[in-house]
Design a protein around this ligand. Structure first.
Ligand SMILES: [Zn+2]
Length: 445
C-alpha cells in the first residue's frame, strides 16, 4: 500500500477549517471498476449478484440508462469528479494514434485549472479522501483529495479502512469519500469461500484474468466455453463481493451515526466486454495489442458504456430515472442535493431535475484508433473516422444496439453532436512503479 499525504501534494486542495459551521451532508462515492449494468440483480440479472443494492432500490434514485463517458478508468473517473466530458477536461487521455497504453504511453494529468468535486467541497469545509484499489485510477488526479490511499485489496479491506477513516474524523465536519473498488477488474478478487456461490465453476487456467483475446484464439471451442463459463461466473461472484462491501460500508456508517446525513452514490467507471462484439471488431477495427472482444478501453459499444447509477440520502427523492444519463451528472446532482451551486459550464445535469433531451457522449480510448459515440433518445452513432467506420444504431429496451438504422437526417444530426477535439493535459511519465502496477492490471505489456 502506498499513501500520499497532503504534505506531499504540491498544490493540493485547501485544508478544511478546523470547525465548519452548520453540518452539510457527507458524500460517499463508490465506483466498482468494470461493473457492467446488466450483471446486477438490481437491474434485473437472474443471478442474485447485488442483494444489498436490490434492497436500496426503493429508497434510492436510480438511473436505468446511465453511461460512462469513456470505456476505461482514467478519463471516466475524471469525468465523474469534474462533471465534464473527457474532451473538455483533458485528464486521463492517451495521446497519439493509434492509442496504445500497453506501450507505456501513459495518460494525461487533469490540468490544474479544472476544478474537481473534492476541491469544490474542500472550499466548503469538507475533509476529502480517496481509497483506490485499481492503481491507475489516481494517475490523472494525484493531488486533489486531502488524503489518497492506494490499496490493491478486496472491497472488504477498503471498507474497513474507510470506516476507520470516518471514525477518526467524526466531529471534523462533513466529508467526501471516494472508494474505487477493484474486485471486478482483472485479476478478479474472488474470496475462496464465495467461489461456488453461483454453482460449480469449471477448473480452468487464467479464470481470474483474460484469455481468448487474440484473433487466432479458438473462441467457440469447447475449451473456450469452459473458460467463458468460469470467467463470467467468477465475474458475477466478484460483483457480489463488491456488493457485500457496500453493505458493510452502509451498516458501518449506521453504527457510527453518520448514515442519515450521508449521500451515497454507487456506480461504475465503465462496463466490460465478454466477446459480444468480437466479430465486428475483427472485421472493422485494428487493435495494436491484437486483442478483440474482451475487456474495456478499446471500443464504445453499450457493453462498455452501460453502468449502474444509484444515489441515495438526504435531499434525494427515490425513483427511477429512465432518461439517458451519464457519469458527468454525478457532480451537479450531489451539489444540488447538498444545497450548493454547481460551477457554470458543466456537461452534466442534476438528476434531481427533469432531464432535457440531450446528447450523451463517449470518447477517448486507451487502445486503437479513436472512436466517438453519441446517444440521443433511442439512437446511437458510433464513429471511428480513421478506420472508416460509422454506424447509426437503434437501442432496444435493454439499451443495447439492436441493429442499424437508415435515417440520413438523424445521422446528420448525431454527427453534429459528436465530441470535438480534446483538450489535453500533460502526460504522466512512466516510472518503474507505475509500469509495475499497470502490468499487474493487464494494461501494459
Ligand atoms: Zn476502470
Amino acid at each position: 500500500m502506498s499513501r500520499i499525504s497532503p504534505s506531499q501534494a504540491a498544490a493540493g486542495p485547501p485544508d478544511p477549517p478546523a470547525r465548519p459551521g452548520d453540518r452539510a451532508p457527507n458524500m460517499i462515492i463508490v465506483t466498482v471498476d468494470c461493473m457492467r449494468r446488466d450483471r446486477l440483480s438490481a437491474y434485473g440479472y437472474e443471478r442474485r449478484t447485488t442483494p444489498f443494492l436490490d434492497s436500496m432500490l426503493d429508497g434510492a434514485l436510480h438511473c436505468t440508462s446511465a453511461h460512462s463517458p469513456s470505456a476505461w478508468t482514467c478519463p471516466s473517473v475524471v469525468s465523474l469528479m469534474t462533471g465534464l466530458d473527457p474532451h473538455r477536461h483533458g485528464g486521463g487521455l492517451v495521446p497519439g494514434s493509434p492509442k496504445n497504453l500497453s506501450k507505456q504511453n501513459l495518460p494525461t494529468r487533469l490540468p490544474r485549472g479544472v476544478p474537481t468535486l473534492p476541491e469544490l467541497l474542500a472550499a466548503r469545509g469538507y475533509r476529502t479522501a480517496a481509497m483506490i484499489a485499481v492503481w491507475n485510477a489516481h494517475l490523472p488526479m494525484p493531488d486533489r483529495f486531502h488524503e489518497l490511499a492506494m490499496m490493491e485489496k478486496p472491497a472488504s479491506k477498503l471498507v474497513r479502512r474507510a470506516l476507520r477513516w470516518v471514525r477518526s474524523h467524526r466531529g471534523d465536519g462533513p466529508f467526501l469519500l471516494w472508494l474505487h473498488l477493484g474486485d471486478v477488474h482483472e485479476p478478479l478478487d474472488v474470496p475462496r469461500s464465495m467461489r461456488g456461490l453461483f454453482g460449480d465453476v469449471p477448473n480452468v487456467k487464467r479464470s481470474l484474468t483474460w484469455d481468448y483475446t487474440k484473433r487466432t484464439d479458438a473462441v467457440g471451442s469447447p475449451a473456450f466455453e469452459r473458460y467463458r463459463q468460469a470467467r463470467t461466473t467468477l465475474y458475477d461472484v466478484a460483483v457480489r463481493s463488491a456488493d457485500d462491501g457496500v453493505r458493510e460500508l452502509w451498516e458501518g456508517l449506521g453504527a457510527l451515526g453518520e448514515r442519515d446525513r450521508t449521500l451515497l452514490v454507487v456506480t461504475a467507471d465503465h462496463g466490460e466486454e465478454f466477446w459480444e462484439h468480437r466479430d465486428e471488431e475483427l472485421a472493422s477495427f485494428t487493435d495494436p495489442r491484437d486483442i478483440y472482444g474482451t475487456g474495456h478501453g478499446h471500443n464504445l459499444f453499450q457493453v462498455h458504456l452501460l453502468i449502474p447509477l444509484l444515489v441515495a440520502g438526504p435531499g434525494v427523492p427515490p425513483g427511477a430515472v429512465d432518461a439517458n444519463a451519464s457519469l458527468v451528472d454525478v457532480v451537479p446532482t450531489l451539489l444540488q442535493a447538498a444545497g450548493f451551486d454547481a460551477p457554470p459550464g458543466l456537461d452534466g445535469r442534476s438528476l434531481l431535475e427533469p432531464l432535457p433531451d440531450r446528447a450523451i457522449l463517449a470518447e477517448e480510448l486507451a487502445y486503437g484508433y479513436e472512436k466517438k459515440s453519441v446517444i440521443e433518445g433511442d439512437l446511437k452513432l458510433l464513429a471511428g473516422p480513421e478506420e472508416g467506420y460509422e454506424r447509426l444504431f437503434r437501442l432496444g429496451p435493454e439499451r443495447r444496439e439492436t441493429g442499424t438504422v437508415e435515417d440520413p437526417a438523424a445521422l446528420e444530426r448525431l454527427r453534429r453532436s459528436l465530441p470535438g477535439d480534446s483538450a489535453m493535459g500533460e502526460q504522466v511519465e512512466a516510472t518503474d512503479e507505475i509500469v509495475e502496477h499497470l502490468k499487474a492490471l493487464g494494461y501494459i505489456e
